[in-house]
Design a protein around this ligand. Structure first.
Ligand code: TXA
Ligand code: MG
Length: 340
């Protein structure tokens, strides 16, 4: 299949063309404020199957359904509890996904066989326009081959998806750089399943107590059932072997002096890249989680392109709340919880 590139800046019909593809059962990559997504009609099992095939995604890992208006949620879930309304009021449109009991109309393939469905209303204007023009709820996982870092520029989408999907919408660089916060309201208290730029503390201020699933902090052992199937799968990994170095910059430098060799790269904070014995790439500023989130996946993919075999990464502050937890969660998973 030849993958079309659609650019809303130079083609007034780009979104119309994309929505035509979706309405006829195809898959289109779209920009969102978090990362790029692979969108298809969430109510069409065959269309959603194409997403799984394009990504090579394990079939037990459910998808997030994207809507453009709050009232669209009533087509997807049995009942909208007060806490869901309050969270939506505070954070939608935006990088928050809520898990609720699904309606029978949601195909099993979307929910990975669970009795719940994940719903999000993105804020990115192109994503919103595409949902509205399609007139459909759109299932959309991140637009990467399963296991790789999520794409934050359309070129990274093309590298993974060229020839596998009908079209890629060329948008800008993703504003946030990590995927949405996922919270389930199917448990009491509600439970954070994936940290993102909307923090547990921000949500607690609106709906009260939230539990944080242990899968957020650590590897879920293979024999254990995960609250969110995505926790179990290998994630965000570059081709290179990635190690997170705990401790300060002086220690980091010593570690690199011991390990300097061809194909070894450092992943550091802005301003730290000079004076190291190996080549370096940066991800954000030292005490600024938002800038780290924005750059992390981009940097991991670029390191692969530069031929990195082994990467040593600076560790973000570890008692982090807020967005820091999202950065930690992605980096530690990308490293397979491999630390020095
Ligand atoms: O920011 C985002 O959420 C991006 C953009 C494209 O919107 N999408 C995204 O989708 O990150 P994906 O498929 O890469 O991640 C979805 C996560 C997975 O960890 C999955 O296990 C979890 O949400 N999930 C989906 N449905 C669920 C459910 N019913 N119960 C628990 N977890 C669920
Ligand atoms: Mg993903």
């Amino acid at each position: 299949m030849k993958t079309k590139l659609l650019n809303p800046l130079n083609d007034a019909y780009a979104i119309k063309k994309a929505s035509d593809i979706i309405r006829s059962g195809g898959v289109v990559a779209m920009p969102t404020e978090t990362v790029y997504g692979l969108a298809a009609n969430a109510l069409d099992t065959d269309a959603v199957k194409k997403i799984f095939a394009a990504k090579g995604r394990p079939p037990d890992n459910p998808l997030i359904v994207h809507i453009a208006e709050f009232d669209d949620i009533y087509n997807l879930v049995e009942n909208v509890p007060e806490k869901a309304k309050k969270l939506a009021d505070a954070f939608w449109p935006g990088p928050l996904t809520v898990v609720l009991k699904k309606k029978p109309a949601i195909p099993d393939i979307v929910s990975g066989g669970l009795d719940t469905v994940a719903v999000r209303m993105p804020s990115h204007p192109t994503a919103r326009e595409l949902i509205k023009k399609s007139g459909l709820p759109l299932a959309a996982p991140s637009a990467n081959i399963s296991g790789k870092p999520s794409p934050t520029i359309w070129q990274h989408v093309s590298e993974d998806m060229d020839g596998r999907i009908e079209a890629v919408i060329e948008g800008d660089i993703s504003e946030l750089g990590v995927e949405s916060t996922v919270i389930t309201l199917d448990t009491e208290p509600p439970r954070l399943l994936r940290p993102g730029m909307i923090s547990a503390e921000q949500m607690e201020a609106i709906i009260g107590g939230i539990a944080i699933d242990e899968g957020v902090f650590e590897e879920v052992p293979a024999e254990k059932k995960a609250a969110s199937p995505g926790m179990k799968h290998r994630h965000y990994s570059p081709k290179a072997d990635l190690t997170v170095v705990r401790g300060d910059y002086e220690k980091f430098k010593k570690v690199l002096e011991q390990h300097a060799a061809d194909g070894v790269f450092a992943l550091v904070f802005a301003g730290e890249e000079n004076g190291l014995p190996v080549k370096a790439m940066t991800y954000g500023k030292k005490d600024d989680s938002a800038s780290q989130a924005k750059d992390l996946f981009f940097a991991l993919r670029e390191l692969d392109k530069r031929g990195a075999k082994k990467i040593y990464a600076r560790c973000p502050a570890e008692d982090e709340k807020g967005a820091g937890l999202a950065v930690q969660n992605r980096l530690f998973r990308a490293a397979g919880f491999n630390f020095i």
